[in-house]
Ligand binder design. Structure first.
Ligand code: BJW
Length: 244
């Protein structure tokens, strides 16, 4: 795979890099992307309808089961060459922020350090009433289980549609987008706000924006460079082209 010389030179010269990742980065690890996750048992359900406070209120056991299924799948997944290429890149720039919409923890498992989690962590559980993280609860066989402190229903510690992002996370991500020289948008459909606005913020502040995705997205035509392909392949080839 070849890359424009101008981009290779830009990557060698810049000091401040921000990366936004989405579900596509974990696709090569066998984690279904958010809008492809409806296979097998879940073929009848739309994630846009399950990942909401309303769905949890109306059918908490269905939502709990859907997350339990995804948690198990993710627990077996391992980072892929795209995750490792981002670990490599983090070590090459004086300033590097990895902003992820993914809840699977695979960037951290690969060894990335400066990770900003916009949408939470599927392996953590919180009380739907008090919002506090809960590590242990009584297994009565009824799902969702109940909070040991207040009896409220337990839920995954993720951000559903209509909910605010974790305090500080979006501010940190916006700052990284505003100050960076180079912004990568990788494996995201670029439709879910406020994450989808970050590459435009970077563009407004003069950054070069690079998109990596096998498909076109609403960002493709605005990006400075767009590479169509799986992120594991494209990122490994890019690291090789720039630093070998
Ligand atoms: C590959 C590949 C390979 C495949 N390599 N690539 C402005 C305008 C309109 C609407 C809104 C707006 N602002 C807010 C909204 C509402 C809403 C929203 O954005 N709706 C849109 C759908 C229109 N946003 C919200 O509600 C957000 N909250 C909010 O704004 O709060 C305001 C507030 C403030 C104060 C108080 C209260 C409220 C919250 C959004 C939360 C999103 N949550 C989810 C679920 C997380 C938990 C879980 O995992 O279950 O996050 S939804 C889902 O979408 C998940 C993902 O992180 C997110 C993004 O999806 P992503 O990562 O892009 O995945 P896919 O599947 O869409 O795409 C995969 C891509 O990979 C594809 O492009 C493939 O081509 C590609 N691909 N193989 C590289 N090998």
């Amino acid at each position: 795979m070849s890359f424009p010389l101008e981009l290779v030179q830009t990557i060698r010269a810049v000091k401040d890099v921000a990366v936004l990742t989405g579900a596509g980065v974990s696709a090569e690890s066998g984690v279904p992307t958010f809008r492809e996750a409806q296979t097998g048992l879940w073929v009848r359900y739309d994630p846009q309808e399950l990942a909401t406070p309303e769905a949890f209120r109306d059918n908490p056991s269905l939502v709990w089961e859907w997350y339990a299924w995804r948690r198990e799948l993710i627990a077996k997944a391992r980072p892929n060459p795209g995750h490792y290429a981002l670990v490599d890149m983090e070590q090459r720039f004086p300033s590097f922020a990895l902003i992820t919409q993914n809840v699977d923890g695979l960037h951290q498992l690969a060894g990335s350090k400066a990770v900003i989690n916009l949408h939470g962590n599927i392996q953590l559980t919180k009380c739907s009433q008090e919002g506090i993280l809960v590590e242990k609860w009584e297994d009565t066989g009824v799902i969702p289980p109940r909070c040991p402190h207040c009896g409220g229903l337990l839920r995954p510690d993720v951000v559903w549609f209509g909910e605010a992002l974790p305090p500080g996370a979006f501010n940190a991500a916006s700052q990284a987008a505003r100050r960076c020289d180079l912004f990568f948008s990788i494996g995201t459909s670029s439709v879910v706000e406020p994450a989808a606005s970050l590459p435009y913020l970077a563009l407004e502040h003069g950054a070069v924006v690079v998109e990596i995705n096998p498909s076109e997205t609403p960002l493709t035509s605005a990006a400075t460079y767009a590479f169509q392909g799986p992120s594991g392949q494209v990122l490994s080839a890019l690291v090789e082209a720039v630093w070998s």
